[in-house]
Design a protein around this ligand. Structure first.
Ligand code: GDP
Ligand code: MN
Length: 341
């Protein structure tokens, strides 16, 4: 795996890449960001890099989403950072707010337990809302119905590599539904019931299981057996703060019925299920693994992890994953290389 990651790379190994040209016809896609007014500088920084490395050559539209309205300053500065069309969306309350059936006492009891187990953001309701939103409701926003693909962009992330082909057309032309660039284990105490709740659903609806799913990747536990003991599966997931994906997968019957089952269990509030493990389990069980793509060539950083390929298109330290060795063990990309591809 160490050799694999240091292999010099160029671009995805296909011969149908599409480059910018005159009269270019875009794929049905948007750059997508959920962001707070207070994160203006951070989103401008990420935007500037996505524009410089990719979007100034293609001009895909941007969509910004917020649970409250965007400020004048936010809108003005963001619009000035791109030549593309920009949309500002206030998220409908129903897609954002905690469902009313959540029991306050049970919720508080579980928050205390999670805090004792060191689960980050356990007592921050807006973080739970965010995780539920990115897990299962964002693709139902009326404005997003017109789009098929999105590229999720977070404030303060870094993009290191020049991308001179259309990543959305790549998804389309090569029948991909999900693209990622970092693979991580999760903190198992945030998701102790996620796997069992999923198994309940599968027992009721075995027909949704994809015969070519990435099961072995979800189950593999050689490197971190203690995670598996707490969570019931490996906890390995695609780090979803970067993702390029096809919303039609999430909108499909298998994923959306499963999300409904998860949501009705209350686990987004009684635990702190992240959208990353939820996307990963959904993809691992219901999607053909050949439709999942490792964007090795998209050099990326979100604190504290990095994907940096060995390529002269990239302005980063090849092979770098973490700034300090103690979190190296959080990397499970080797599992994906072995069982997912
Ligand atoms: P972390 O990466 O897990 O530490 O979580 P972040 O704080 O980066 O949140 C993930 C994404 O959701 C980021 O793009 C945030 O800007 C966004 N986000 C998180 N909470 C809220 C919120 O309450 N309102 C809005 N509008 N965006 C949020
Ligand atoms: Mn973040």
């Amino acid at each position: 795996y160490a050799d694999y990651i240091m292999e010099p790379i160029d671009e995805p190994k296909v011969d149908n890449l599409q480059r910018p040209s005159e009269d270019y016809k875009l794929a049905n896609a948007t750059l997508l960001s959920l962001v707070r007014n207070s994160e203006l500088d951070g989103i401008l920084s990420a935007m500037e890099q996505v524009e410089a490395k990719f979007n100034s050559k293609f001009h895909y539209p941007w969509t910004f989403m917020n649970d409250v309205s965007f400020s004048k300053e936010f809108k003005t500065k963001v619009k000035a950072a791109t030549e593309s069309e920009v949309h500002f969306i206030t998220i409908p309350k129903k897609l954002w707010k905690k469902p009313i059936f959540i029991d306050k006492d049970l919720e508080q009891k579980n928050i205390d337990l999670m805090l004792a187990n060191g689960v980050g953001y356990a007592d921050m309701e807006s973080y739970h809302n965010m995780c539920r939103f990115y897990s299962g409701t964002f693709y139902n926003i009326p404005h997003l119905q017109q789009f098929k693909y999105y590229w999720r962009v977070e404030p303060d992330t870094k993009y290191f590599c020049d991308i001179d082909y259309d990543v959305f057309k790549f998804m389309q032309d090569n029948n991909k539904s999900y693209g990622f660039n970092i693979n991580l284990y999760d903190g198992p105490s945030s998701i102790t019931k996620l796997w069992n709740t999923t198994m309940e659903f599968l027992e009721e609806h075995p027909k949704y299981l994809n015969p070519n799913g990435a099961f072995q990747w979800l189950l593999e536990d050689m490197q971190n057996p203690e995670k598996n003991q707490i969570a019931g599966y490996s906890t390995c997931h695609f780090w979803s703060n970067f993702e390029i994906a096809d919303m039609d997968f999430f909108r499909g019957e298998a994923y959306s019925k499963w999300f409904e089952h998860l949501d009705n269990s209350g686990g987004f509030y009684y635990e702190r299920w992240g959208d990353a493990p939820v996307h990963a389990i959904g993809l691992g069980l219901f999607e053909d693994k050949s439709r999942i793509h490792f964007f090795r060539d998209i050099g990326y950083h979100h604190m504290p992890f990095t994907n940096c390929p060995n390529s002269d298109r990239c302005d980063c330290e090849a092979g770098k994953f973490v700034p300090w060795f103690s979190v190296e063990k959080e990397n499970c990309m080797a599992n994906w290389v072995k069982y997912g591809m």
